[in-house]
Design a binder for this molecule. Structure first.
Ligand SMILES: NC(=O)c1ccc[n+]([C@@H]2O[C@H](COP(=O)([O-])OP(=O)(O)OC[C@H]3O[C@@H](n4cnc5c(N)ncnc54)[C@H](O)[C@@H]3O)[C@@H](O)[C@H]2O)c1
Length: 378
C-alpha cells in the first residue's frame, strides 16, 4: 500500500455545504490524510472544528498566507502535497494561484475562478508548476455518467444530433423575494460569487456534463436570464441554446427558482442510433432509448459496463452509490495522478475543464446583456 498523500483544506468548515463531501471522499480509498487546514476565516472557529473532527490543531492556521509560509518551512517529507480549495468562489483564484506557485497540487471547487481571464492565468501557472490540478465537477465521478461517456465514445449513439442538460433547484425561491435575505447570501453577491449566480453555480455543471459525456465542444450560445427583480444583479434562472457543431445543437437550462426542485440535474444525448438519459436524483439508472427496440436500463457494477465505469463502482450491483462515491472517485483519480500511476483521462476534470467553464459563464452573461445574441466560445 503506498503511503497516504498529505492533504490540506481551505474552507469546508463545519458550517459549509461541501466540506463533508471532500473529507469523506478523501478517506474513501484510504489514499489521503488531512494534515492542515484553514476551515474558516475565524481562527477560533477553525480550531474548534478541527477539535470536533479530531484533527491535531498544530497545523490549523489562522489564514491562507500563514498556511503556505509555514508549510514551506517544513521538510518536503512532511509538507502538505495537495490542497483542496473549498471557499466561496472569489477566493479560488488567489489561493489556487499561490498554491501552484509554491509547487502544490490543487483540488479546486467550481467555478474555478470568477473570470475567464483569471482562469487563463491559472492555466499558465499550472503549466509552469507541472503539478496536478483537478476541478471538482462532482457528477463526472458517477459510474453511470462515466458509462454514458464511454458508450458515446465507442460510437453507440452514432452521429449526435441533440444535447439537453437541465439543472433545476428551487432553494433561492424563499430568499429572492426578500431584499434583506437576498443580500445575506454570498451566491447572490457578485463580489463573492462572480458575475453569475445560477449559471456560475449550477449551469456550469450542466455545461461540463455535456462536454464530458459527448467529448464535443460547445462552440456558441445564446442565453436568456431571469433576475426576477430589477435591483437583483445576479441571474437566478437561465435558458441557453447551444451549438456544438453545424448539426449538433441543444439546450442547457438552469434555475435556482424552480420551486420545489431539489438537485434536478439531468442530461439527455440523442444520436442517430439511439439516446442516453441520466438523472442525478436516480443516479444508478442510465436509460438507453431506441426507435427500434424497447427502453433499456443500464445499472452500475455489471460486467457489461466499461472499465472506467466499473472502476467507479465499489460494491456489487444493487448497492446504491451516490454523490460521496462520485467525489471519492474523483479523489482516487487525483491520487493516481499525484503518485504518477496510470489513470484514465475521464477520472477527474482538469484545469482545461475549469477554463471552459469560465468561458461558458462569461459567454452566457455577454449573450444576455448584449440583447440575447449569439456569442462564440474560444
Ligand atoms: N462540486 C459541487 O457539486 C459543489 C456543491 C456545492 C458547492 N460547491 C462549491 O464549493 C464552494 C463552497 O461552497 P459551499 O456551499 O460549501 O459554501 P459555504 O458558504 O457553505 O461554505 C464556505 C466555507 O468557506 C469558509 N471560508 C470563507 N472564507 C474563508 C477564508 N478566507 N479562509 C478559509 N475559509 C473560508 C467558510 O467558513 C465556510 O466554511 C463554492 O465555490 C461552491 O461553488 C461545489
Amino acid at each position: 500500500m503506498p503511503r497516504k498523500i498529505r492533504l490540506g483544506i481551505l474552507g469546508g468548515g463545519g458550517d459549509s455545504l461541501i466540506g463533508v463531501l471532500h473529507r469523506v471522499a478523501a478517506h474513501m480509498f484510504d489514499s489521503y490524510e488531512i494534515v492542515g487546514a484553514v476551515f474558516s476565516p475565524v481562527h477560533e472557529e477553525s480550531l474548534a472544528f478541527a477539535r470536533q473532527i479530531d484533527l491535531p490543531t498544530d497545523r490549523i492556521y489562522p489564514d491562507f498566507d500563514t498556511l503556505v509560509a509555514e508549510e514551506m518551512k517544513l521538510p518536503e517529507s512532511e509538507r502538505m502535497e495537495v490542497c483542496a480549495v473549498l471557499t466561496p468562489n472569489f477566493l479560488h483564484f488567489p489561493m489556487a494561484k499561490k498554491l501552484l506557485e509554491h509547487g502544490f497540487h490543487v483540488i479546486c471547487e467550481k467555478p474555478m475562478t470568477t473570470t475567464y481571464e483569471e482562469a487563463k492565468i491559472l492555466e499558465d501557472a499550472q503549466r509552469s508548476a507541472g503539478t496536478v490540478f483537478a476541478v471538482t465537477h462532482t457528477y463526472t465521478g458517477y459510474p453511470m455518467v462515466r458509462q454514458m461517456r464511454e458508450m458515446i465514445r465507442a460510437g453507440e449513439l452514432g452521429r449526435i444530433h441533440k444535447v439537453d442538460a437541465q439543472y433545476y433547484q428551487g432553494w433561492i425561491n424563499p430568499i429572492i423575494h426578500d431584499k434583506e435575505k437576498r443580500s445575506s447570501v454570498w451566491r447572490l453577491d457578485p463580489k463573492k460569487a462572480g458575475i453569475s449566480s445560477c449559471m456560475g453555480d449550477i449551469g456550469v455543471h450542466a455545461f461540463n456534463m455535456v462536454e464530458y459525456t459527448t467529448g464535443l465542444k460547445i462552440r456558441s450560445l445564446l442565453c436568456d436570464f431571469n433576475y426576477l427583480y430589477d435591483d437583483n444583479q445576479m441571474d437566478v434562472d437561465g435558458t441557453v441554446l447551444v451549438r456544438l457543431d453545424k448539426h449538433v445543437k441543444g439546450v442547457i437550462r438552469a434555475s435556482q427558482v424552480a420551486t420545489g426542485e431539489e438537485n434536478g440535474l439531468a442530461i439527455s444525448i440523442y444520436g442517430e442510433k439511439g439516446g442516453l438519459r441520466w438523472e442525478q436524483e436516480r443516479p444508478n439508472f442510465l436509460y438507453r432509448l431506441s426507435d427500434s427496440g424497447p427502453l433499456q436500463v443500464y445499472k452500475p457494477g455489471h460486467a457489461y459496463n466499461s472499465p472506467l465505469s466499473l472502476d467507479g463502482t465499489k460494491l456489487p450491483p444493487g448497492h446504491p452509490e451516490g454523490i460521496f462515491d462520485a467525489m471519492g472517485n474523483i479523489y482516487r483519480g487525483v491520487a493516481r495522478a499525484i503518485r504518477g500511476e496510470a489513470y484514465n483521462d475521464g477520472e477527474f476534470p482538469t484545469i482545461t475543464d475549469g477554463v471552459r467553464g469560465l468561458d461558458f459563464i462569461e459567454a452566457t452573461v455577454a449573450s444576455h446583456k448584449g440583447g440575447n445574441i449569439w456569442v462564440d466560445l474560444d
